[in-house]
Design a protein around this ligand. Sequence first.
Ligand SMILES: [Zn+2]
Length: 208
Amino acid sequence: MHNHETELEAAERRIRSIPRCGAAKLAGMEKSFLELLEAIGEDPKREGLLRTPTRAARAFEFLTNGYRQSLEDVVNGAIFASDASEIVLVKDIELYSMCEHHLLPFIGRAHVAYIPDGKVIGLSKVARIVDLFARRLQIQEQLTTQIADALMRALHPSGVAVVIEAKHLCMMMRGVEKQNSVMKTSCLLGTFKEDARTRAEFLALLGQ
Ligand SMILES: [Zn+2]
């Protein structure tokens, strides 16, 4: 049935399939955003802000939808038997997450590699695993490790490597760090950790 749907239709179907947080929690978030507006000295009744608590609550519901999905939901049906044994690299996956210390975004790219040991996963699912953990409150180091561990659990490959490069708005907007500093984290498991040649091949593929 999905053969003829456009990319936009596919994206909309995916969004509809993401579990909502429920009316009561959404109302609670709206109330919190209303109070936040008052606390910063704004007038929540002025025209531009009338629907802001509702919109902000909806946005937060979406940006934290990783809490309401499991790895099993995401990889469902997209793991295939394979005798491939070379590095599979998915490079430049767009990454949007929120730092758990300031509730401000950090944005960047994730590079995810694995070495199959009997099983491979659909490429789009690798990006969805990144989203599964990025759409929660995060610190970058933990996000990197969670993505790597999830691929280990789903595929039992010989090795997994995850590199994330991101800019943190909590540092940039508050002028804490140089405006263009990029934070880089990595997690290497299995052969990527144990074998220097595999690691070198991965870094060469990344162009680093
Ligand atoms: Zn922060």
